[in-house]
Write a protein that binds this ligand. Structure first.
Ligand SMILES: [Fe+2]
Ligand SMILES: [Fe+2]
Length: 309
């Protein structure tokens, strides 16, 4: 990569909260899905499937993050940021695998996700992947565009991570503990590394116009893919007669606290688009680290690591 991809002028950096920074490490988790039912929020297929869409989007999406970031590593001129990006890559690779491992279980329960994941794979591996562009400006433009897209998506993974760590309604409704641990382990690591993608974008580019443009793309793509995924699951769930996803059920889940509310999601938009935005303003590293210290999957991973050392 040529030096042309370096920022041409200093971009005003929003202030991070230094206390929110923590060294990042991948935890090599594994989950036993054998006892997890299809409707893992009991009696609530709509909520179960709305959240199940994560298993469809994240394997391809997070592997794409890793693929893009490996190309950006040579452009980083800050040692701490480089370490953070390496830690981020390690965590996202494990996240992708952990969600991928749920899919065979869904298939065993009669819900084959393959037709939908094939579309998601095409989206990330073909549409958003490296194009045969000549070295130079066009190739650098496309790399920066994807770095900015990842920063926008990570605003939402941090939003969801923070949400699920605090979604006590899922416990009250008797949600499956293994699925909850997957979501909260992942959510906690999203909160832990929530600054990395934005700081990387600010470091290598930082254009405000690009931030706004790629936010629009990321938000539209997420809404499109998410509602399609929920519809796919509801329509192909073998235990439902004429299963249908509906926005009314989504609103009901928000009111009940088992899904994020539309109001919270809308309020997160101006925060990301504010020139003063920094991800450390969202969520709490202390809460994330505290969850990870007691997460059954993270503890088992640590025991395996220290046992094998
Ligand atoms: Fe992740
Ligand atoms: Fe992430």
């Amino acid at each position: 990569m040529s030096k042309k991809a370096m920022p041409k002028k200093a971009v005003k950096q929003p202030r991070p909260d230094a206390a929110e920074h923590t060294p990042l490490k991948a935890r090599n988790v594994a989950f036993d899905w054998s006892a997890t039912p299809l409707h893992w929020v009991p009696g609530d297929p709509d909520t179960s499937h709305t959240i199940n869409v994560l298993h469809l989007l994240l394997p391809a999406g997070e592997r794409w993050f890793v693929h893009v970031y490996k190309q950006v590593l040579p452009l980083i001129r800050d040692e701490r940021l480089r370490e953070d990006v390496v830690g981020f890559i390690g965590q996202e690779a494990v996240h992708a695998q952990a969600h991928d491992d749920v899919l065979p279980h869904l298939r065993e329960l009669g819900l084959d996700p393959t037709p939908y994941t094939a579309q998601v794979d095409w989206f990330f591996e073909k549409l958003l992947n490296d194009r045969t562009l000549p070295p130079g400006k066009a190739r650098e433009w496309w790399l920066m565009e994807r770095v900015a897209l990842i920063a926008a998506i990570e605003h939402y993974t941090a939003f969801l991570g923070n949400w699920v760590l605090n979604a006590e309604a899922l416990d009250r409704e008797g949600a499956d503990p293994v699925m909850l641990d997957l979501l909260r382990w992942h959510g906690a690591e999203e909160v832990e590394h929530r600054s990395v993608a934005f700081e990387l974008f600010m470091h290598v580019d930082g254009s405000y116009a690009r931030r706004v443009r790629t936010w629009g793309l990321a938000f539209s793509a997420l809404v499109f893919l998410w509602q399609r995924g929920t519809r796919y699951f509801m329509e192909n769930d073998p235990s439902l007669v004429e299963g249908k996803a509906s926005f009314r059920e989504f609103l009901r889940g928000g009111r009940q606290g088992v899904l994020p509310t539309t109001g919270d999601m809308l309020r997160s938009i101006p925060r990301y688009l504010s020139r003063e935005y920094h991800p450390t303003q969202e969520g709490s590293t202390a809460q994330a680290v505290s969850y990870l210290a007691g997460s059954p999957a993270a503890l088992a991973a640590e025991a395996r690591t220290s046992g094998g050392a």
